[in-house]
Design a protein. Sequence first.
Length: 75
Amino acid sequence: MSYKIDIPKPIMIDKIDIARLKKMFYNNDIHYDSITTNGYMTTIITNAIPKAIFNLIKTKFTTINYTKEDTICQK
């Protein structure tokens, strides 16, 4: 089961550092398929439980939205 997690950018942060986010996931043994950002919303495709990801980033982010994905097509 894959999850698509959308995280809105907090007002107090100018830019989300994707490399730092990937390193945090790697250090905490959280596997992900992709992490993308458009400047306002960060999208994570993962098999990890969304609550585990929120527990890692809850000091900076206040909310996450997620949906279960049966099939995910990547280009």
